[in-house]
Design a protein around this ligand. Structure first.
Ligand code: CTP
Length: 411
């Protein structure tokens, strides 16, 4: 009989048991496994018979390098697979968790390899639920979620969006990168190095009204700004996230101020900065706004829609930099060419402490991507990072913000 072995001395490889239940989002569990592996985790998979109808065990076997535990009575690693997996795991992660899986967890049912592994786990599993909106909203499901939460089960909550069944609503599996980040959070106790920092983060696009139904916008999704806010909060910072219109959930532990226009973003950001030690301006603020937005919907022919008079918006980053004193202000430069030259010019023009430059002409670093390839442009040097998942870019940015805040306190 093979047993879960004690760890060898040396760098510890986190062990994750990925529990896959039978929903259409099961295919995303493969990407979650890859993300965890890229972050250095060793992953074993247990799955239900229904999950195997969506993704075959050979896929997980080939990619994980371990047999899949899908049968309590036939697992080559151990005759008691659920106990073996529970002992081996630093974290059990359920992706996706169906309504049925949640109900079984809440009721304590163990009738297959996956559900018995969840029962035998040494700490509450991390659960990424996904299902049809009506199944999610069903009072029975909501009661099960509430029961599990009371027992200390953490959730990566489903998002609102277009579901596989064609319905639009809550129930969509959270972003793969968010699930991976939540799992990595759960695996590592976090150093509270930003506990004394009050941070303002701007995120997302702004919408500049042309009339009540039309606006000027841009391609920002807010993923970067939200990731920075989430990471800073995880490290203990008191974070105010001033967010333009995005479809992302509020990061845990973050105070979110939702705005629409650049004028609203400016007012909210300046107000929050009065009580802050640092600001990170990750928003893609519109540079121009219609000079006089119409109060009624403009009509083709009757109204002049062919020409739009625009006026420049206030530069929030430059204003914060002028007001900052000893405080820290970090800006972004999203460029398509002459990245470092343009970023350096921006650093000087705006007067901030640091510019995070990214080349948005690259597919791995553009708006909406789950990775980014950034360079830090300082007054006296440049630091280029490789292409990294947004969570790791957020970590790198927070490392530099924390160092700047500490240096400012010492100055
Ligand atoms: N920014 C801001 N307020 C604005 C415009 C930009 O705070 N009205 C901030 C952004 O949040 C970002 C930085 O300034 O941190 C750079 O934004 P970017 O759009 O790249 O620079 P611009 O100054 O608008 O220059 P350009 O668009 O000509 O490159």
């Amino acid at each position: 009989m093979s047993e879960a072995k004690p760890r060898a001395a040396g760098p510890v490889t986190p062990h994750v048991v990925l529990a896959v239940t039978g929903g259409i989002a099961a295919y995303k569990a493969v990407e979650v496994m890859r993300g965890l592996q890229h972050a250095g985790c060793d992953v074993r998979v247990t799955m239900t018979a229904d999950a195997a109808r969506f993704v075959g065990a050979p896929t997980f076997e080939a990619l994980s390098g371990h047999p899949v535990a899908d049968d309590l009575y036939a697992y080559p690693e151990s005759p008691i697979p659920h106990v073996f997996l529970a002992d081996w795991a630093d974290l059990v992660l359920v992706v996706p968790a169906t309504a049925n899986a949640l109900a079984k967890m809440a009721a304590g049912i163990g009738d297959d390899c996956l559900s018995t592994t969840l029962l035998a786990a040494h700490r509450p599993p991390l659960v990424a639920a996904a299902m049809n909106v009506h199944m999610w909203r069903n009072p029975a499901t909501q009661a099960n979620v509430a029961t599990l939460r009371r027992r200390g089960v953490p959730f990566v909550m489903p998002q609102t969006g277009l579901l596989a069944c064609g319905d639009v609503g809550e129930g969509k599996l959270a972003e793969v990168s968010d699930i991976v980040a939540a799992a990595l959070d759960a695996l590592s106790p976090v150093d509270q190095d930003m506990a004394a920092t009050r941070l303002v983060v701007t995120s997302g696009p702004t919408h500049e009204a042309i009339d009540p139904v039309r606006y000027i916008a841009n391609a920002s999704t807010g993923k970067m700004g939200h990731a920075i806010a989430r990471e800073a909060a995880r490290r203990g910072a008191a974070v105010t996230l001033v967010s333009g219109p995005v479809s992302l959930p509020a990061p845990r532990g973050v105070d979110v101020v939702r705005v629409v226009s650049s004028a609203e973003m400016r007012a909210a950001t300046l107000a929050a900065f009065e009580r802050a030690d640092a600001a990170v301006c990750a928003a893609a603020v519109a540079d121009y706004t219609p000079a006089s937005p119409a109060r009624h919907k403009l009509k083709k022919g009757a109204d002049d829609l062919a020409t739009l008079r625009l006026v420049e918006t206030a530069d929030i980053l430059a204003e914060l930099s002028r007001a900052k004193g000893d405080r820290v202000v970090v800006g972004f430069a999203a460029e398509t060419d002459s990245l470092l030259e343009n970023a350096r010019a921006k650093l000087e023009r705006k007067g901030c402490d640091l510019i995070v430059a990214n080349d948005v002409s690259r597919a791995d670093s553009t708006f909406g991507a789950d990775t980014s390839r950034v360079a830090f442009v300082w007054p006296d040097r440049t630091e280029q990072l490789g292409t990294l998942p947004l969570g790791q870019v957020a970590t790198a940015i927070c490392d530099r913000v924390a160092a700047l805040v500490t240096a400012g306190e010492g100055a």
